[in-house]
Design a protein around this ligand. Structure first.
Ligand SMILES: Cc1ncc(COP(=O)(O)O)c(C=O)c1O
Length: 391
């Protein structure tokens, strides 16, 4: 790694050199034919990712539409909610981490919200949740696929099918999942999902993509109170391969290159790399004597894009030196959000990371732990476990 920054946090991620070169291309007009071609490539790239991530490797017969918005994912979440519900509507927000909470906070600005909240990192009991959805007469159910704040993958495949039997729309935060996790958009009845350029498609922050099912499109009203995130307006412009407002041209170039990289490798191999790296972090943590934070049960599981690890007590008592030592080595990991601050650290698997980068990160983590007197963690066993899994 030398003097370079190693981003092991779950976004923004290390950029492949092809993306960095793409970002440096000359500016063009966002109303030119040249830009429309870039726009089409980026939208086709997202369609490729979304429809080729099934577990069985087959292509999904998803027939929805994609809009590209100049913004990070929170605006996509905002648009995914605000375009569909108003003061007379009710939303069930499923919360087991910080981003589930964010969905609730967004929805509360627009509609009546029931928070279905369990402790962060715990798995939803799908039977109990099913009863709540069936009894609730909701207009919308929100759920995060991979909770980046806890490293848990939620069972959207089961919940989507329950929501599909009601009138509600199923709105999914796929921000850190799409591109890194298996997903069946049609079979799982996902109506709206959001992904960010800076996560598992491994581009730079600043553009998000909103995937809309036909059911969602049919519910879109032309009269929106929401201006920038008006999805009806975005869809209209998307038909002409443009964004309604000035496009973040440079970031679109970056995304175009990111999608080329994924397609050159093939979606299955791209997904498998995330799966292998996540297994690597899990085995490395266990070999070191540490525990993962998330508590998967039922069909929930550890995420493939981010691994949250409990810090040992000695570090919890005084976490700053741990994170400071990592920063000093130019290695960035995620910390805990909100009440988890100082209790956990989070390692991503997304971005242009080679096995050697993961190993370098592990060595840096070992150095950060070594500052704590009496804390004996077997870093060499951890490196071996990582190497056995990721190479
Ligand atoms: C699951 C999830 N949802 C939403 C977001 C929000 O993204 P941003 O704060 O960049 O808008 C993030 C960012 O880390 C995320 O991981």
């Amino acid at each position: 790694m030398g003097e370079e920054t190693l981003l092991l946090n779950p976004g923004p991620v290390v950029l492949d050199q092809r993306i960095q070169d793409a970002l440096a291309q000359p500016m063009i007009s966002h109303r030119s034919k040249a830009f429309e071609a870039v726009y089409d490539d980026v939208r086709d790239g997202f369609r490729y990712v979304y429809t080729n991530s099934r577990t069985d490797g087959r292509q999904s017969d998803w027939d929805g539409e994609i809009v590209l918005i100049n913004a990070t994912a929170t605006l996509g979440m905002d648009a995914g909610v605000a375009n569909f519900v108003g003061a007379d509507d009710s939303v069930l927000a499923c919360i087991n981490g910080n981003f589930g909470l964010r969905f609730a906070q967004i929805a509360e600005r627009h509609a009546a919200v029931d928070r279905y909240e369990i402790p962060w990192g715990e798995s939803f009991d799908v039977d109990a949740l099913t009863e709540t959805i069936q009894d609730g007469d909701y207009d919308m159910v929100t759920m995060v696929h991979t909770e980046t704040s806890t490293g848990l993958r939620n069972p959207i495949h089961e919940v989507g099918q329950v929501v599909a039997e009601t009138d509600a729309l199923f709105v999914v935060d796929g921000v850190s999942s799409i591109g890194g996790e298996r997903i069946h958009p049609a079979d799982w009845s996902i109506d709206v999902s959001v992904v960010d350029a800076q996560k598992a498609v491994a581009a730079s922050p600043g553009v998000c993509s909103v995937f809309l099912s036909q059911k969602a499109i049919d519910r879109l009203s032309e009269e929106q109170t929401y201006f920038y995130g008006d999805l009806h307006r975005h869809l209209g412009r998307a038909e002409r391969s443009q964004t309604p407002f000035t496009s973040a041209v440079t970031l679109f170039y970056g995304l175009q290159a990111a999608h080329e990289i994924i397609q050159d490798l093939g979606m299955d191999a791209w997904l498998k790399r995330h799966e292998r790296y996540a297994a690597g972090w899990e085995r490395a943590a266990t070999a070191m004597g540490l525990e993962l934070f998330a508590r998967p049960s039922g069909s929930s599981d550890f995420a493939n894009t981010v691994t949250a690890i409990n810090l040992p007590d000695a570090v919890r008592n005084d976490p700053e030196p741990f994170f400071a030592k990592l920063r000093e080595q130019n290695v960035f990991v995620g910390g805990g959000h909100a009440h988890l601050s100082g209790d956990i650290f989070r390692l991503g698997t997304m971005g242009s990371l080679e096995p050697a980068d993961l190993d370098a990160g592990l060595v840096a983590i070992g150095n950060a732990f070594a500052q704590y007197e009496g804390l004996e963690l077997d870093i060499e066993a951890s490196r071996d476990a990582l190497a056995d899994t990721v190479n």
